[in-house]
Design a protein. Structure first.
Length: 255
């Protein structure tokens, strides 16, 4: 009888999707999908639940499956377009927030990145339009391309001391971004990191602030050059270029 009860408990705890992926019921009752990345590590993987199933999430630092304990060391494209999601607690075992991890989470109001995360992936927080402040921990080395693109209410960012690389367009279209602390000349920056950000005349920092100095020296002189590039055109420019007539001509050229 005890053996039967034990089997039932295990079945209720996780559901296997394949050899390396499974759904696991966390201590708070939430069901999350995990994928094995090594014999001792898992990442939070793309979830099969409906977007409204996730509002407040606490990601565990470890999970135990069939007697084996795994460390949750990464977050994959787990919550892309989960628009009901408001808060997430990330454990300090996570070293990587992967590509598109929280992309399009338009209800996400805050994110606390723990002092363990070394890398923030491409589009990780793209279009998280409710985020107002972001603090990058001292453990983070790289912020990849478009990581915070389109976070239109983001006003303040604080960089940790270990950031070495900020990828292309990482804060592009953060139209209310007026404060950026911790920026250093030695950081390797991709193109258009601050394209369409409110850092010039709208910058409310005190005179002599390192971010303002950097903006005036490096970013402002390049704005017109960036704006000429088609891939960074404005919405109005796009609507002018992509008309029905132009698309019909393009279609005919393929016939």
């Amino acid at each position: 009888m005890k053996g039967i009860l034990l089997i039932i408990a295990v079945v209720c705890t996780f559901s296997a999707f394949g050899q390396d992926s499974f759904e696991y019921k966390c201590p708070d009752g939430q069901k999350l999908t995990f994928r094995k990345t090594s014999p001792v590590d898992v990442e939070v993987a793309r979830n099969i639940r409906k977007p409204y199933d996730y509002v407040n999430i606490v990601i565990p630092s470890q999970i135990t499956i069939k007697g084996t304990t795994y460390t949750v060391s990464a977050i994959g494209d787990a919550f892309q377009d989960y628009t009901w999601l408001k808060t997430v607690v990330i454990p300090n075992t996570v070293v990587s927030i992967g590509d598109m991890a929280f992309k399009g989470c338009t209800g996400l109001t805050q994110i606390i990145i723990p002092e363990s995360v070394k890398s923030i992936g491409r589009w990780a927080f793209e279009f998280c339009t409710m985020l107002k402040t972001v603090e990058i921990p001292n453990s983070t080395i790289e912020i990849k391309d478009f990581a915070f693109e389109g976070c239109t209410t983001l006003k303040s960012v604080k960089l940790g001391s270990s950031v070495q690389v900020i990828g292309r367009g990482a804060f592009r279209y953060c139209s209310r971004l007026v404060e950026f602390k911790g920026l250093r000349p030695e950081i390797i920056m991709g193109a258009d990191v601050f394209f369409q950000c409110a850092f010039s005349s709208e910058n409310k920092n005190t005179k002599g602030d390192p971010f303002e100095q950097f903006a005036k020296k490096y970013i402002v002189p390049r704005l017109k050059e960036w704006q000429k590039k088609r891939e960074f055109e404005t919405t109005a420019q796009y609507m002018t270029r992509v008309t029905k007539e132009n698309q019909d001509k393009k279609l005919m050229s393929y016939c």
